[in-house]
Design a protein around this ligand. Structure first.
Ligand SMILES: Cc1cc2nc3c(=O)[nH]c(=O)nc-3n(C[C@H](O)[C@H](O)[C@H](O)COP(=O)(O)OP(=O)(O)OC[C@H]3O[C@@H](n4cnc5c(N)ncnc54)[C@H](O)[C@@H]3O)c2cc1C
Length: 324
């Protein structure tokens, strides 16, 4: 049996990322009886409020307040975690840009197992943990068994586990700032550059009709425009559509595009890679149309339609127009 269980809380200026409450659920799936400890790092006034907020879901919240941690610099946070984590720790992160930056190096430093992009857990027997993870942009699901006796760094795919909203943990904040140790690093934060907004701001829209490579041809984007118009929505897209210059960069959803928080997200011909889904926050109602029944997007979709979008979408648009 591995050691103490932790979840790293990602936040922007004191506002927790959605993964904050998902990680405790993910950890609970393999450690139903363990008290999971949240680790919150940063600097300044925002930190106390965030730590207090996390006590609703975590029994213990370790706070590290330090100027070197003001910006989530993975190198500094890796150094901190190496300094403070006990031996054999099992640490959960979101599998987002930050988790990918931090996780591999941390597992090497801790001499523990690294499990990226985990989408489910099949069980823990003794030190043998079985997980399901995805490879090749989600085209292949792999069932992995590994020995976590020396601990583990587990990156969980955002949005796969329901957030813990019970608010019943009744936890406490423990200020561990004095134990941070030396956080001198070579990588320094310079500035945050906001993404271009362009003619539409998809980050502010409640309903997005998003097109992926399955749209097949630039001319077919008109089908999505017509559906969006009928629904009062805006068209967004996956990265290959921007790479092909069929739509502008400000319409791209994902880790290298925009982070959006719509109420409803229609994914048309989008496979559901973690880089795409990483830009989708706030637990929207997802409707996926894809002709491949095994497309990863169906694992997170609320409604899945297995069909050719080029046939399905015009009919849907017609029905919506008729219903008006
Ligand atoms: C560093 C990095 C950053 C990245 N950042 C982003 C990002 O910000 N955003 C992003 O989206 N991607 C990003 N990517 C790319 C990402 O890995 C995927 O390649 C991309 O998301 C796939 O886009 P897609 O789902 O449109 O295409 P595909 O993965 O090719 O999927 C197309 C889907 O359409 C379906 N399909 C095909 N024809 C039809 C049809 N007629 N009807 C219905 N369904 C059909 C297929 O079954 C398939 O599931 C990034 C990659 C890297 C390495």
């Amino acid at each position: 049996m591995a050691g103490q269980v932790f979840a790293y809380i990602t936040h922007k200026a004191g506002k927790a990322d959605d993964t904050a409450l998902e990680l405790v659920k993910a950890a609970g799936k393999i450690y139903p009886d363990a008290a999971v400890t949240a680790i919150v790092t940063g600097s300044g006034a925002d930190l106390d409020a965030l730590c207090n907020e996390m006590t609703a879901s975590y029994k213990e919240v370790w706070k590290f307040d330090n100027d070197a941690l003001a910006y989530p610099n993975a190198e500094a946070i890796r150094k901190l975690l190496v300094n403070v984590l006990p031996q054999d720790a099992v640490v959960f992160f979101g599998h987002d840009t930050f988790g990918m930056d931090l996780g591999p190096g941390l597992s090497i430093k801790l001499d523990s197992v690294f499990l990226p992009d985990v989408v489910d857990f099949e069980g823990l027997e003794g030190d043998s943990l079985k997980v399901i993870r995805q490879e090749y942009s989600g085209q292949v699901s792999t069932h992995v068994s590994c020995n976590i006796s020396a601990g583990a760094v587990i990156n969980v795919r955002p949005g796969v586990f329901q957030p813990d909203e019970s608010g019943s943990a009744g936890g406490q904040v423990v200020d561990k700032s004095s134990e941070a140790g030396d956080l001198t690093v070579g990588r320094h934060f310079l500035e945050i550059v906001a993404a271009e907004v362009g003619d539409v701001d998809i980050t502010k829209e409640d309903v997005l009709v998003s097109v992926g490579r399955g749209i097949e041809d630039q001319d077919n984007i008109e089908i999505a425009n017509e559906l969006a118009e009928a629904m009062g929505a805006v068209v967004s897209c996956s990265r290959p559509i921007v790479d092909a210059k069929w739509l502008e960069k400000p319409r791209q959803v994902g880790t290298s595009g925009q982070t959006v928080k719509p109420k409803v997200y229609l994914a048309l011909g989008i496979s559901g890679s973690f880089q795409h889904m990483g830009g989708l926050k706030g637990n929207p109602f997802i409707v996926a149309v894809n002709k491949n029944p095994k497309a990863p997007i169906f694992q997170v979709a609320d409604v899945g339609v297995v069909d050719d979008l080029l046939e399905f979408v015009p009919v849907l648009t017609e029905k919506i127009q008729e219903g008006k």
